[in-house]
Design a protein around this ligand. Structure first.
Ligand code: ATP
Length: 365
């Protein structure tokens, strides 16, 4: 088990990593997910020993390894700068770590491992090519292969597939999952790409401004985000938020239009109120784009809106519009013919709503 205990790292005034605690169990595929600058790379670099923490310690199988040099930790790592050897061919690049004085593997065994990894990553045809003649995506696959050829305690991978084109990324996502399950290896990875994190991870850690905000299986974080920041980071597309107020009769209305009430029962509103940490009648409601009800004909209880744009995310089709000063995105059926300027009618189902504190932006309840 890998344990990061209270890690802190600053660069001048920038707190890159702040009071970071995490345990990664053997066999997990743990992905740190966060926007650029969140501190993911710095956390991984401290884990493998390329960066010294200002505070905190790192343990592997209960042994403190904070001060051990990278080679002795036996963690294979891959960072965004691939550090491949451009003059060597792909085979020799893949074989390189196994030929190092530390691992001294017999050539027969090297051949077996290099060929297996090349096959797993669909790059057998590249083995004789010089790395300097490969495309960026091919080089990334070689870098990944060079990491996988070893049998370390943990694979530490920073953005392992993010610079690949969409199709290859999808293919490698599946491949990665298969390799993880088949080999039973431990992977500690980082990315800003929520789609690949959701697809590959057994557990995700949401990182923002140097802090770890929430950890859990992908679906659990999606259905139970602890804050608006987490919901924004995990969602692709993000959650919709609308500013609301609770009136004296425990009804919920939109802040920008006190005549428009949400179809939420006073019982639910009272429950939300009782769970608020600070007494206030103001809150944000959140709803995932796939949970917003959308119809094209007027319907009782539905709010009228006007279509702004239509957008495709892979196989899904979304409509964008403004509602009560908020930009809202909603999933619509493929058959829908709505276009810019058309009227649509929307509904927020009570059982799909999330409630957030307007100050702390934490989820209520
Ligand atoms: P990205 O997804 O863009 O790689 P990240 O989440 O990996 O981002 P880090 O690279 O860990 O984030 O950086 C965290 C913060 O620390 C950023 O503000 C970055 O500019 C800063 N930082 C990282 N390394 C250094 C360094 N060597 N010197 C100065 N500042 C640094």
């Amino acid at each position: 088990m890998l344990e990061l205990k209270g890690l802190r790292k600053s660069f001048g005034d920038i707190k890159a990593v702040d009071n970071f605690h995490l345990s990664v169990d053997n066999g997990e595929f743990f992905v740190l997910l966060g926007p650029t600058g969140a501190g993911k790379t710095t956390t991984l670099r401290m884990t493998v020993g390329l960066e010294d923490p200002d505070e905190g310690d790192i343990f592997y199988d209960n042994n403190k390894i904070t001060e051990l040099p990278p080679a002795v930790r036996n963690f294979a790592f891959m960072f965004e700068s691939h550090n491949l050897y451009p003059v060597l061919n792909v085979y020799d690049n893949l074989a390189f770590p196994l030929r190092s004085p530390l691992f001294k593997t017999p050539e027969g065994e090297i051949k077996k491992r290099v060929e297996k990894v090349a096959n797993d990553l669909h790059m057998t045809h590249l083995l004789k090519r010089k790395v300097s003649n490969l495309s960026g995506g091919e080089q990334q696959r070689v870098a990944l292969g060079r990491t996988l050829v070893r049998k370390p305690n943990i694979y530490v991978l920073d953005e392992p597939i993010s610079s690949l084109d969409y199709k290859l990324r999808e293919e490698l996502q599946t491949e990665f999952k298969r390799i993880h399950e088949e080999y039973g290896i431990t992977i500690f990875s980082a990315t800003h790409d929520n789609v690949s994190a959701m697809a590959m991870a057994t557990r995700i850690g949401i990182m923002y401004e140097g802090r770890l905000l929430q950890t859990g299986p992908p679906r659990e974080i999606y259905t139970h985000p602890v804050s608006m920041t987490v919901a924004n980071i995990i969602g692709a597309p993000s959650m919709n938020f609308v500013d609301c107020v609770i009136d004296n009769h425990d009804h919920l209305y939109f802040t920008s239009d006190p005549t428009l009430f949400l179809p939420v029962s006073p019982e639910t509103v009272r429950k939300v109120k009782s769970q608020q940490k600070k007494e206030t009648n103001h809150l944000f409601i959140g709803v995932w784009p796939e949970d917003v009800g959308v119809v094209e004909d007027e319907k009782t209880g539905f709010f009228p809106c006007q279509v702004d744009t239509i957008e495709y995310h892979g196989a899904e089709k979304f409509v964008n519009f403004t509602f009560q000063n908020s930009s809202i995105k909603a999933l619509i059926s493929h058959g829908s013919q709505v276009k810019h300027g058309d009227a649509i009618f929307i509904f927020f189902p009570e059982d799909k709503l999330y409630y957030f504190d307007p100050e702390s932006e934490e989820r209520i309840g």
